[in-house]
Design a binder for this molecule. Structure first.
Ligand code: IPM
Ligand code: MN
Length: 353
């Protein structure tokens, strides 16, 4: 009997549905080729639903999504909804509810993709950022006093406990070992200023590394220096592990070095539960329904999902197909500049799978 997976699909807002359509097209091609089944079930969470019903996410959503083998997400963010409502109410809410404590973001330059980094090619840009995904500044701990007055105080706290830090670090060490490329894990922090939180990260990093991962080389970089080296010497990096806020910031920098939001994908991972895969970019409202948005990031997210589900061969086939298309077909990763429409790019990849 062939394996079968239940996938919840959340196309979301803006160009989300268009890129998800191509992602599903390629996933289905891979399933047929490698002999497994994907049962997709769509959910309409997003801005349009919120504007119609006033509800961001139904109370039952997380419980229902928990039952799937995986979640495939398009994009969240609507021009008619105040920034933050949907992002916090859907994307962050699901990351928290489903305890997707890892955000795995590969930074890999595919052949033929233009990078803004001078004299760098695919041989230089190939590393992975492990971003802690449920703690730190994102916990929302904070508040105002004397709001609206000239004495107003606003506080937003970076909160981490040892367990959160430890499970993220262990995931990163394991991932580095499994990747087996340079067996080097870099901690990105700010121990010279954030002397509590990154002190905890750094102590845990060395304790765990020394005790359980002596085969993995440890490096430390401050976050500002990390940004500098990601531009100047990206080839130094193998796997970078960092907290939630720094991980958010450095992965946009990483994404632009790998060709931008049209190609960068990531996974919100709960190693013991249900994970959610998505393009890193947003809903790009101005390109909606024009058939010009680049679907490669969504397709790549689909590949990551299959790898996570244990369909390694199918995942490799998708990545290989993407690389063939970037090397020989698409000239530019930008929306409207690919030389092909959104659906044509999906076809090109699906054919090659
Ligand atoms: C990301 C996004 C989100 C984040 C936003 C939309 C809440 O920027 O996935 O990187 O900050 O995590
Ligand atoms: Mn971000």
């Amino acid at each position: 009997m062939s394996k079968s997976y239940n996938i919840a699909v959340l196309p979301g807002d803006g160009t989300g549905p268009e890129v998800v359509r191509e992602g599903k097209k390629v996933l289905s091609a891979a399933a047929t080729k490698f002999g497994f089944k994907l049962n997709f079930k769509e959910y309409d969470f997003g801005g349009d639903r919120y504007l119609k019903t006033g509800e961001v996410l139904p109370d039952s959503a997380s419980e229902e999504l928990r039952k799937f083998d995986s979640i495939f997400l398009g994009a969240i963010g609507h021009p008619d909804v105040k920034p933050g409502i949907l992002e916090k109410g859907i994307l962050l809410q699901l990351r928290f509810d489903l305890d997707q404590y890892i955000n795995l973001r590969p930074v890999k330059l595919y052949p033929g993709v233009p990078t803004p980094l001078k004299d760098k090619g695919p041989e230089h840009i190939d590393y992975v950022v492990v971003r802690e995904n449920t703690g730190g500044l994102y916990t929302g701990v904070g508040g105002f006093t004397m709001k609206g007055t000239s004495d107003e105080v606003a506080i937003q706290s970076m909160v981490y406990n040892r367990k959160q830090v430890e499970r993220c670090l262990r995931y990163a060490f394991d991932y580095t070992r499994k990747r087996n490329k340079r067996n080097t894990l870099a901690l990105c922090g700010k121990t010279n200023v954030l002397t509590y939180v990154y002190d905890l990260w750094e102590r845990a990093f060395h304790e765990i590394g020394e005790a359980d991962y002596p085969d993995i080389k440890r490096e430390y970089y401050h976050v500002d220096a990390t940004c500098m080296w990601m531009v100047k010497n990206p080839e130094w990096f193998d796997v970078i592990v960092t907290g939630n806020m720094f991980g958010d910031i450095i992965t946009d920098l990483g994404a632009i070095t790998q060709g931008g939001m049209g190609i960068a994908a990531g996974g919100n991972i709960n190693p013991e539960g249900v994970s959610m895969f998505e393009p890193i970019g947003g809903s790009a409202p101005k390109y909606t329904d024009k058939n010009v948005i680049n679907p490669l990031a969504s397709i790549a997210a689909g590949g990551m999902m299959l790898e996570h589900l244990g369909e390694d061969q199918a995942a490799k086939a998708i990545e290989g197909a993407i690389m063939d298309v970037t090397a020989h077909k698409i000239k530019d990763m930008g929306a409207g500049r690919m030389g092909f429409s959104t659906s044509e790019v999906g076809d090109l990849v699906a054919e090659r799978v």
